[in-house]
Design a protein around this ligand. Structure first.
Ligand SMILES: Nc1ncnc2c1ncn2[C@@H]1O[C@H](COP(=O)(O)OP(=O)(O)O)[C@@H](O)[C@H]1O
Ligand SMILES: CC(=O)N[C@@H](CCC(=O)OP(=O)(O)O)C(=O)O
Length: 299
């Protein structure tokens, strides 16, 4: 049973959250969900509960999910070779078919989990309502198959869902002008959607604490980055792998009007609540300008 001390502690946590609840009420947040936090069931439940809570205390959340590891598992099972070029999956016709099946299955699973905790959710692919229109994306001039680059986000369906109290859960499949399916990197899809809906925040849940100034030294975790600092870091040679396009996406999103982008460790239970409702943020935040930094430090 809780002692009075425990109860006071709980009350103080709620009290600490109050100004943040007020600040974020009615704001749109796009959560890119992928990596380990998607594979481990308990973490998955935590993420869904956190998004449900964000919704219930006033945020307008949109989930954009990946599922790269699951796609690789299923292409392996049916004997399709997996190949990535510059972080993008080479997607021939068969791979596209598997990717679409797997991502749609993940999508409906997330919707069920959300509904189970009492929050209305609708799962769609970017093909529904033409939410994600694409053209073929080349990798440094090379054809990598049915990989899409987002050319237009149709926000009509998304706004209809948000305005009617649903959480849209979106998988990164789009269609071209001939209505062929294309596989989109989920970070790219999240960035395009956040920009198009005018989100206040874009959050990437990933497999690492945040961005390190020096990836060999864990003590160099960066808690806040401005755009010039992020651009300098991109050219420093200290950012590699999937983090390179992720930070580029963060910079693009902020330049297109998103106020803040967060890179959070999806392996930490309740990382979303810790970031948004406590005084101590976790992970790395990339912020628009100095004014925003000043405002946040002094509010
Ligand atoms: N400077 C850096 N700081 C943090 N992570 C880095 C850095 N450089 C490279 N990385 C790598 O980027 C990875 C995160 O990108 P990615 O694998 O694409 O994530 P996700 O699959 O969640 O989208 C990390 O696991 C890490 O190995
Ligand atoms: C073109 C491309 O690479 N698409 C990705 C889409 C899924 C994804 O991005 O999933 P994560 O966020 O979990 O990595 C893929 O096929 O793996």
């Amino acid at each position: 049973m809780d002692t009075m001390q425990d109860l006071l502690q709980k009350a103080s946590v709620l009290n600490e959250a109050l100004p943040y609840i007020r600040k974020f009420s009615g704001k749109t947040i796009v959560v890119k969900y992928g990596g380990s936090a998607m594979v481990e069931h308990e973490l998955k439940k935590n993420v869904i509960r956190d998004v449900a809570l964000l919704k219930l205390v006033g945020f307008r959340p949109i989930i954009v999910h990946g599922g790269g590891k699951e796609i690789t598992k299923w292409t392996g099972k049916v004997g399709i070779e997996t190949k990535f070029i510059n972080g993008l999956r080479v997607t021939d016709k068969d791979t596209m078919e598997v990717a679409e099946m797997v991502l749609n299955k993940i999508n409906k699973g997330l919707v069920s989990m959300m509904e189970k905790v009492g929050v209305k959710a609708v799962g769609i692919s970017g093909k529904d309502g033409s939410v994600l229109r694409v053209k073929k994306k080349l990798s440094k001039g090379e054809d990598i198959g049915f990989v899409g680059e987002v050319t237009k986000v149709n926000t009509e369906l998304l706004n209809t869902l948000l305005d009617n109290d649903f959480v849209p859960v979106i998988c990164p499949i789009g269609s071209d002008d001939e209505y062929h399916s294309y596989n989109i990197n989920a970070d790219d899809a999240a960035c395009a959607i956040a920009t198009a809906v005018g989100a206040s925040k874009l959050v990437f849940l990933t497999d690492i604490e945040g961005v390190y100034r020096d990836p060999q030294d864990k003590s160099t975790l960066i808690s806040e980055l401005s755009i010039p600092e992020a651009e300098e870091l991109l050219g420093s040679g200290n950012i590699g792998g999937g983090m390179l396009p992720k930070i580029q996406n963060c910079v693009d999103a902020i330049k297109s009007g998103v106020s803040r982008v967060h890179i959070l460790d999806g392996r930490i239970p309740h990382c979303l609540l810790l970031e948004f409702y406590t005084n101590k943020g976790i992970g790395t935040a990339i912020i628009g300008d100095e004014e925003e930094r000043f405002y946040n430090e002094n509010e």
